[in-house]
Write a protein that binds this ligand. Structure first.
Ligand code: SAM
Length: 282
């Protein structure tokens, strides 16, 4: 039975997220906490009734305090637990700082370079989204405010883990989905390194997901898709891709940290895909 609520006492402010031309999702908002334009995008932090605080960039919800941990744990712990001894990590994007916070839980990690194009996203997340970004200062984290595409092209360093935690392929993130970018990333990933990225919804953005998978297959020896359910994202079911020049061997015993979504069972099973996704990737 659904409890009846007195909706008269709720605000009449709504945020509408449009997914393509045929789908709109409406969220009732308590109030707007932050609203401004950076040189790159429109940044809003809104407090919603059902999803808690939301980070919205150019009208697209990036993360929420209700379920951002699911995405951030999956994009971080899976590659870390698939590497024999990860020490040096590169994150491209990830301005909400949720992924870097997860990576920093591993004492073996000596250095995390985080290349985010928009400094204002990091500042806003640290100020208004502490539930996601955390409030600790970690000297291993080196923020580089630059375009990840140029960084990958010009970088002379080599990394054990590279994570692309990007927004959807619009605006400054378009190039983060290109073959050229993946090839440049491959040059700065060590031979036993692991690459991971978000690869969109298998239901609503299956063409993008398939393109990411096939492009990675052209560059890497082993590519695996894995999924998690993130209620904030359209359809809930979300995909991630992991890639290696050798083989992806995930050791669930390596998982550490006070996690809320991922555990050893999820690490063991997350690469098991629904049949319709398996067929899409053939
Ligand atoms: N979890 C989120 C999602 O899937 O919607 C994405 C997290 S994070 C907020 C995405 C970040 O990528 C944004 O802060 C954005 O500024 C950054 N970004 C977009 N294009 C970029 C680029 N070319 N180089 C570096 N960062 C970029």
């Amino acid at each position: 039975m659904v409890n009846s609520k007195n909706y008269d006492s709720y605000s009449n402010l709504w945020f509408t997220e449009e997914e393509g031309h045929n789908l709109k999702l409406d969220y009732r908002i308590k109030n707007i906490i932050f609203d401004d334009y950076s040189s790159f995008q429109h940044i809003v932090v809104a407090d919603s009734y059902d999803f808690g605080k939301m980070l919205i960039l150019d009208d697209a919800i990036q993360t929420t305090t209700a379920d951002g941990f699911i995405y951030n744990e999956m994009i971080s712990h899976v590659p870390i637990c698939s590497h024999p001894n990860p020490e040096k990590v590169l994150i491209i994007g990830g301005g909400d700082c949720g992924a870097v916070r997860e990576i920093a839980k591993y004492p073996s990690i000596k250095k995390i370079d985080m290349v985010e194009i928009d400094e204002m996203v990091v500042m806003v997340s640290k100020e208004y989204l502490k539930e996601i970004a955390g409030d600790k200062i970690d000297k291993r984290i080196n923020f580089i405010f630059a375009d990840g595409v140029n960084y990958a092209k010009e970088c002379k360093e080599q990394y054990d883990i590279i994570i692309v935690d990007s927004s959807d392929p619009v605006g400054p993130a378009v190039e983060l989905f290109s073959q050229n970018f993946y090839e440049n990333i491959s040059k700065i990933l060590k031979n036993d390194g692991i690459f991971a990225c978000q690869s969109e919804s298998p239901v609503f953005y299956s063409e993008i997901m398939k393109k990411i998978f096939k492009t990675l297959q052209d560059v890497y020896n082993d590519v695996k898709l894995y999924t998690a359910t993130v209620p904030t994202y359209p359809g809930g079911l979300w995909s991630f891709a992991a890639a290696s020049k050798t083989n992806i061997i995930t050791d669930s015993k390596k998982l550490i940290g006070n996690t809320r979504y991922i555990n050893e069972s999820i690490l063991k099973s997350c690469f098991c895909l629904p049949e319709f996704v398996v067929k899409m990737l053939k």
